[in-house]
Ligand binder design. Structure first.
Ligand code: 6PG
Length: 470
């Protein structure tokens, strides 16, 4: 869609941190953006801080003015809190819109809501794009990773603006239409699930170094900084190194040492696990990370538990730094792999025909889970995931063969030292199970048949057979 007259090419409603930064980003790329916010104070502060970009922004205090300022077909990005507020905003906008206009939800929406909204709006002739945006405030301002879901014709109308504002990896924009209706928000949800697992695994290594080895925050930070020059290179390792070396201006202590160990969550990690369960997929590393946040909130119970069950330290071999680095890499690969298997299952189930190689490519820059590994993953996905398992791809198989012994040593020694490694343990259990051709579910089948005559398959081919239980 070309620019016409002095009308704005695109509109953006919701000038919180993400929305305001996205508006400035789009303006910087030379597009005229109409901006609106329910409370006008935010429009004014955006304009005041916009500097020379103000010329590309069209501030609109009323919805009628906002809609009127947009060229047709209108394309409007909503950057408002996921949930009811989105439905309310859509309801308020509808009387002002025409058939063929495009609404784009850039929040962290539940993809089920996105599918419903897409259906409802399609009935009114409005195209709806569910757009996952990752990268935090900095990403929104200078280039996020963008995962869109919606009709191809709507994407074709807006993709030049969206790609212009996205991060770039080797010159390639990290923005794509990954499928129809809820596909974009689903991919963003899984991105966040992987983000939860990765953050938790990093925190587990921090715990081993802090509680097992008594190391100070800054010395752990320096180690993470070194690791960031190797195969673990990633945004999350980089910021962890910086966070750990930052001091609290009030007390002079390292700031992590004055932060309560209770983690918040807004829902995307939990949604990933719920969808995995519904689709019969194992997202155990992500699930362990969600559980860890739940336990983190149980501060009083944990304090009580500490006094009820004092340590029973057993001998445990020391954990080498080199093993920690490799263990984190192995666990990270397995966390990603679970996310990719889940996206494959969801794509098949919802008939999204999603190209996971494209997903891997747009995650290489701009998003929170960007990492050196994603380049390898993009290649691995393109070459094919045998049995829908990323860990079976040749590139990652080699990585896991180099690192799996370290994951086993770190998890076992941490467990003996009574240090908590739930996400790394879950990743290890997933990996070991996937490399055991004959497991132990034969006994579970026998038990099911014993108490409920549920039947079992025999290894010699018989189906729905029963045991001669005594
Ligand atoms: C991103 C982030 C972003 C947000 C998370 C935080 O990709 O930019 O994931 O979307 O920071 O949703 O989620 P929690 O509050 O649940 O940790």
């Amino acid at each position: 869609m070309a620019e016409t007259g002095n009308k704005a090419r695109i509109g953006l409603i919701g000038l919180g941190v993400m929305g305001a930064n996205l508006a400035l980003n789009i303006a910087e790329k030379g597009f005229r953006v109409a901006v609106h916010n329910r409370t006008p104070g935010r429009i004014r502060s955006l304009m005041e801080g916009a500097g020379e970009l103000a010329g590309h922004l069209a501030p609109c205090e009323t919805l009628a003015d906002f809609v009127d300022t947009l060229q047709k077909p209108r394309a409007i990005i909503l950057m408002i809190k996921a949930g009811r507020a989105v439905d309310e905003q859509i309801r308020a906008l509808l009387p002002h819109l025409d058939k063929g206009d495009i609404l784009i939800d850039g929040g962290n929406a539940d993809f089920h809501d996105t599918r419903r909204r897409a259906r409802e709006l399609a009935g009114k002739g409005i195209d709806f794009i569910g757009m996952g945006v990752s990268g935090g405030a900095e990403g929104a301002r200078h280039g996020p990773s963008i995962m869109a879901g919606g009709p191809v014709r709507a994407w074709e109308e807006v993709h030049d603006v969206i790609k212009a504002m996205a991060a770039r990896f080797n010159g390639e924009p990290c923005a794509a239409l990954v499928g129809p209706d809820g596909a974009g928000h689903f991919v963003k949800t899984v991105h966040n699930g992987i983000e939860y697992a990765d953050m938790q695994m990093i925190a587990e290594i921090y715990g081993i170094l802090r509680d097992g080895e008594g190391r100070s925050a800054d010395s752990i930070g320096k180690l993470f900084a070194e690791w960031n020059d190797g195969p673990l290179q990633s945004y999350l390792i980089e910021i962890t190194a910086r966070v750990l070396q930052t001091r609290d201006p009030e007390t002079g202590q390292f700031i992590v040492d004055v932060i309560e160990d209770r983690a918040g969550q807004k829902g995307t990690g939990r949604w990933t696990v719920i969808e995995a369960l519904k689709l019969g997929q194992a997202a155990s590393a992500i699930s362990a990370a969600v559980d860890a946040r739940v336990w983190s909130a149980m501060k009083e119970a944990r304090k009580n538990g500490e006094s009820l069950f004092p340590p029973q330290k057993e001998f445990a071999p020391a954990i080498l730094e080199a093993d920690m680095e490799k263990a984190l890499l192995a666990a990270r690969i397995i966390g990603y792999a679970q996310g990719f298997s889940l996206m494959r299952a969801a794509s098949d189930h919802h008939e999204w025909d999603m190209d996971l190689a494209v997903v891997a490519r747009i995650w290489r820059a701009g998003c929170i889970i960007r990492s050196g590994l994603l380049d390898e993953i993009a290649v691995a996905v393109r070459e094919g995931m045998p049995h829908d398992q990323l860990i079976f791809s040749p590139a990652l198989r080699a990585r896991l063969n180099e690192t799996r012994g370290s994951l086993r040593r770190v998890v076992s020694s941490a467990v003996l030292q009574e240090l908590q490694v739930p996400a790394m343990s879950a990743a290890l259990a997933c990996f070991e199970t996937l490399r055991q051709g004959r497991g132990t579910a034969n006994l579970v089948q026998a038990q099911r048949d014993f108490f409920g005559q549920h039947g079992f398959e025999r290894i010699d081919g018989g189906t729905d057979r029963h045991g001669p239980w005594v």
